[in-house]
Design a protein around this ligand. Structure first.
Ligand SMILES: [Zn+2]
Length: 164
């Protein structure tokens, strides 16, 4: 099958690097002074949007709860609503800036479902283009990848500043 949806492979790499410091999503939730370094595009009291450090495609974003939980049963109604509202806003912004042909949107809940960081729920929004299946970050060229991520961050950030 050509069109493989496998962002968890990237998450696994991220997890291996950050494991010693605790939950990477909690760190980003609490570190409110370093949004650019952390690639956080948007945040409020319940939720934040961050770029995936090892994107499946350029523009691969994550919607994370500030709350450390592995189950949506812990989400408040407000958080549930914000996830969907932010997903809509993100797709609008990516449409405007990158003109993708489609999106993957969803979550891998639990190890069995392929979650790389199962203990802290997060939702993927991945812009897709026809023929993008050959895109893969090259391990060992992290400097190049980070430069590309900051470039994308700086392009997207002004639009996220306009949310709400
Ligand atoms: Zn966490």
């Amino acid at each position: 099958m050509d069109h493989l949806w496998a962002p968890w492979r990237m998450e696994y790499i991220q997890r291996e690097k950050d494991d010693s410091q605790g939950c990477v999503f909690c760190i980003k939730a609490e570190d409110i002074e370093n949004d650019r370094n952390n690639l956080v595009l948007y945040r409020d009291d319940d939720i934040y949007v961050v770029m995936n450090l090892y994107p499946y495609t350029n523009g691969h974003l994550l919607i994370c709860s500030n709350q450390h939980t592995d189950t949506m049963n812990d989400f408040t109604q407000t958080t549930l609503t914000k996830v969907m509202e932010l997903a809509k806003q993100i797709m609008g912004i990516l449409d405007n800036t990158m003109s993708p042909d489609g999106f993957n949107f969803g979550a891998n809940l639990g190890k069995a479902a392929g979650a790389g960081i199962a203990e802290h729920i997060h939702f993927h929004v991945v812009p897709r283009w026809k023929g993008d299946t050959n895109f893969m970050p090259v391990i060992g060229q992290s400097k190049v990848i980070m430069d590309g991520l900051f470039e994308t961050y700086d392009n997207l950030k002004p639009q996220f500043d306009n949310i709400k």
